[in-house]
Design a protein around this ligand. Structure first.
Ligand code: SF4
Ligand code: SF4
Length: 442
């Protein structure tokens, strides 16, 4: 770290637009309690790839003791933004706010290589536009249904493709028929709540069965479900990658889409999206036209497990004889503090056996676009998680985020495990509908 020698009175490397807060940086007492839960520190054992090291790097840049050099940036690019350090920190250091501000500074003030820029633009334009993902569905479905995917994977042909294409191909989920959610799904029986449903982007096009299951379960529990057609991507991927300006536009459009729906809660079934929409109040704090609206929007946002765990259940649960390993998504457990609710919902299903995955606080390596832009680290972290799941001998892994679904399924397959990964709500839906586990998992 010789390039980080203190320099007196040097200007901050950050620009004046919301730099990482010195007040938060100063709260770090360097105790290191966060180190054992940080996936990159666990992998590499390097201080500068730990939360404490990254906070130190922020301080150096803030004090003008370093520029945002490529080496400095690399330690933030390698951070998953998983927020395990936030949960572990006894001093209440809000690392989430620090990394979000740092990433926005990096994207505004440093230059990525032309190929990196093109790749990132492609990812953002694809994964934040449901219409684009929809257009990709048919050719991808044909690729899978024709048997071409099986041949390409078995023959090793895929190794001839560029590395980035190989990474995306390995993450492709098994696509199923579309199951669009109606704009209004009536509550079964007496209405208890009127809720808005965030459909997501990847969830909407790659996991339509999860959105359909969410609407059915909410309706079965007495919720009228409103899913506005005009809702765009919520901008989670952009916020987590430092693309602040584009993220703000999507946040405003999302608020517009739900305004006037008069719902009691806005429900998300994708942990990354859920933590983002809960943070709109912070994201739009400077916008005079949206600050108040963002505050009341965020106050209504809930993960689907929070909404359901708060309602005394009304619909009968039929037995599901399954051993289920539950994976805590980082943006659910760390960013939203939601841990007990999904477990409570699964525990209510007769005959379902719940298994805890060791080191549950550590990320699976998905982290938004992390597994696409940092495939080496994501693969190593994913392999670690797959090896922790294997001894549990679970029939299925359940989780609450589409990114984790993709990452876990691909990590398990790479490690020779056939265990399927589903969203928690799909198990609840199967139990309420009395569906045989083998039908759900086929
Ligand atoms: S967010 Fe995750 S990867 Fe980043 S420093 Fe914290 S624990 Fe480590
Ligand atoms: S646990 Fe908190 S105070 Fe301790 S080193 Fe990590 S961020 Fe700093």
């Amino acid at each position: 770290m010789s390039n980080l020698a203190p320099s007196r009175n040097a200007p901050s490397a950050f620009d004046a637009h919301h730099p990482p807060s010195n007040e938060i940086i100063e709260k770090c007492v360097h105790c290191g309690f966060c180190l054992p839960v940080c996936p990159t520190y666990v992998l590499w054992g390097q201080e500068m790839d730990s939360p404490r090291g990254r906070i130190y790097l922020m301080k150096l840049a803030s004090d003008g003791a370093t520029e945002m050099t490529p080496n400095w940036v690399s330690h933030f690019d390698s951070c998953l933004g998983c927020m395990a350090c936030l949960t572990a920190c006894p001093s209440g250091v809000d690392y989430g706010k620090l990394i979000e501000a740092t990433r926005a500074q990096i994207e505004r003030n440093t230059e990525r290589s032309p190929s990196e820029k093109r790749y990132r633009r492609f990812l953002f334009e694809t994964f934040t536009q449901p219409e684009r993902l929809k257009r990709m569905r048919l050719p991808l479905l044909a690729y899978q249904k024709s048997g071409l995917q099986a041949v390409a994977r078995a023959s090793g042909l895929l190794k001839l493709l560029p590395k980035r294409v190989q990474v995306m191909e390995a993450l492709l989920p098994r696509l199923r028929r579309t199951e669009p959610v109606a704009e209004v799904t009536p509550a079964a029986g007496t209405k208890r709540l009127r809720v808005g449903l965030l459909l997501g982007c990847v969830q909407r096009e790659f996991f339509p069965q999860v959105n359909a299951a969410t609407a059915r379960v909410l309706a079965a529990e007495g919720c009228e479900v409103i899913a506005p057609r005009t809702q765009p991507c919520c901008g989670a991927l952009l916020v987590h990658a430092g693309e602040e300006a584009a993220a703000l536009e999507l946040a405003k459009k999302t608020i517009d889409a739900f305004e006037g729906t008069n719902v009691d809660a806005i429900v998300s079934n994708a942990a990354g999206c859920g933590s983002n929409v809960k943070d709109y109040a912070h994201l739009l704090r400077d916008d005079p036209a949206y600050a108040d609206r963002a505050r009341s929007f965020s106050a209504k946002c809930k993960d689907v497990s929070e909404v359901l765990a708060n309602l005394d259940f009304r619909a009968t649960r039929y037995p599901l004889r399954l051993r289920v390993a539950f994976h805590d998504s980082c943006h659910l457990q760390h960013a939203q503090g939601v841990r007990s609710q999904p477990r409570a919902l699964l525990s209510d299903i007769p005959e379902l056996q719940l298994a805890e995955i060791p080191e549950a606080e550590i990320c699976c390596g998905s982290a938004g676009i992390y597994n696409l832009v940092q495939p080496g680290a994501a693969t190593a972290i994913g392999d670690r998680k797959a090896n922790l799941i294997a001894p549990l001998k679970a029939d299925v892994v359940a989780t609450g985020n589409p990114g984790c679904l993709l990452q876990l399924q691909s990590s398990l397959a790479r490690n020779g495990q056939r265990t399927q990964v589903v969203h928690t709500i799909q198990l609840l839906d199967a139990s309420i509908r009395g569906i045989e586990p083998k039908t759900l998992l086929k």
